[in-house]
Design a binder for this molecule. Structure first.
Ligand code: PLP
Length: 432
């Protein structure tokens, strides 16, 4: 029997729906997700440590949040924009969902044209940070796509695909049954190999969180060509682009010929200019990028993303977009560079000193993350415990970023220089 109110809702399992006919049902995919185990477990362990050692000064090199305040040019732009909002002649209500042209044009001019990449303004979408768009992009992609990620990985890619019904079931080894994992570890020098199983969508994050490693132009080209030959969509997260120091590392995937046909690029001002609390980033969806429907027609992802944003997003605050614009002024550029250099000095300090005490260390050259191999085959959590209890330093266990992160620990360069320096002093005579 079909209940009258269910008429036309063909996708519902009617038998089950009859039993639960008077209840709102949840998206059961959410129930498959564990609680954010990693950082709550770290907090628990740190709290337990503090009970035993209330006098200890703990140095936090775990969470990837910046510590330096916003550049002066950004603060000035914020003040100015706030004043504009107080006067009816310059007050701004709803803005374009895609972002204001003043910011879009500035981004194209400084981030892309300087690298020989031309973009139309309607290919750039301003947002409130890369987490939103890397998490929401699945809205325009079929549930039937097979997803691939490099492993270890920024957890948002996996969790958002669990929510979007693409991950399957969680296996005992922590992997999801429908996700293709591409291991990145010391053995393959953190260079992902093309997967044996062809995925439909691949997330690439370079420079990488958590490993801090980067891909050369040649290596990224391999992925772009693979995507072109196999009709694969690349979701390229370039949130750490501003930290690149080496010439041969691409800042944008569109530096690679043909990439506009296959890739969406995500950028963020969070780490670049201290916007973690202010919230602004952007996503590039080229108009020549197409994916297919079940009839085999080519569909523009730019059109779908524009439709999605127009429905679900009402734009980033005007004052925040003015603040982001200020990063590109001559003063803004200098002040931003000062901050990046500050963090990269921390990265070098950590990298070189950890190496000198005999640890295997990766990353930290083109990214503000250091990926340390735990000594003598001990686990990530054991290494975390020893660092906390013996040196009062907090890292992040690598296994929290995926199975291939087991046996590693992530340290961030986003701390204060004095704290990073003190951490190094504490590590100098550490017998591991
Ligand atoms: N992508 C990666 C790889 C990240 O590490 C982060 C933040 O840590 C983000 C995206 C999200 O950044 P945002 O602050 O712009 O949301």
């Amino acid at each position: 029997m079909q209940l009258p109110f269910l008429k036309g809702r063909q996708s519902i399992d009617f038998k089950r729906r009859e039993i639960f006919s008077y209840m709102a049902l949840v998206n059961e995919q959410f129930l498959k997700l564990s609680e954010s185990y990693l950082f709550s477990e770290i907090t628990k362990k740190v709290n337990a440590f503090k009970v035993i050692h209330p006098e200890a000064k703990v140095i936090r090199l775990g969470i990837g949040d910046v510590t330096l305040p916003l550049p002066e040019a950004v603060i000035d732009a914020l003040h100015k924009a706030v004043d504009e909002m107080s006067v009816s002649e310059t007050f701004k209500g709803y803005g374009p969902e895609q972002g204001y042209r003043f910011l879009i044009d500035t981004i194209i001019k400084h981030d892309y044209e300087t690298r020989g990449i031309s973009l139309d303004p309607d290919e750039v979408f301003i947002n409130d940070g890369a987490k939103s768009d890397t998490g929401n992009i699945g809205d325009i992609l079929s549930k039937d796509n097979r997803i691939a990620v490099t492993d270890p990985v920024y957890p948002v890619y996996i969790d958002s695909n669990v929510m979007g019904c693409r991950a399957g079931e969680k296996n005992e080894d922590g992997r999801w049954s429908n996700i293709v994992y591409i291991p990145c570890n010391a053995e393959n020098h953190f260079i992902p190999e093309l997967p044996e199983i062809r995925p439909d969508v691949i997330y690439l994050c370079y420079p990488n969180n958590p490993t801090g490693t980067a891909l050369s132009k040649k290596e990224l080209k391999k992925w772009v060509n693979y995507a072109i030959s196999n009709n694969i969509l690349i979701l390229f997260d370039a949130a750490y682009e501003a930290f690149i120091q080496e010439e041969d590392v691409p800042h944008s995937i569109y530096e690679i010929k043909g990439a506009k046909q296959v890739a969406i690029e995500f950028r963020s001002f969070s780490k670049t200019a201290g916007f973690t609390g202010l919230r602004c980033g952007y996503t590039v969806v080229p108009k020549e990028l197409k994916a297919f429907n079940f009839a085999g027609d080519k569909i523009s992802l730019n059109r779908l993303w524009n439709r999605r944003q127009s429905t679900k997003f009402n734009g980033t605050a005007y004052i925040v977009q003015r603040a982001a614009e200020a990063i590109y002024t001559p003063e803004g550029k200098v002040q931003t560079k000062v901050r990046i250099n500050y963090y990269m000095r921390n990265a070098k300090l950590l990298h070189d000193n950890l190496k000198s005490i005999g640890l295997e260390v990766f990353g930290g050259v083109n990214a503000p993350y250091i990926w340390v191999k735990a000594p003598k085959g001990i686990t990530s959590w054991k290494f975390f415990d020893r660092l906390l209890f013996e040196r009062h330093i907090i890292g992040t266990p690598g296994v929290g970023f995926g199975p291939s992160g087991e046996g590693y620990l992530r340290l961030t360069a986003f701390g204060k220089y004095e704290d990073t320096f003190e951490a190094i002093e504490r590590l100098k005579n550490w017998k591991i």
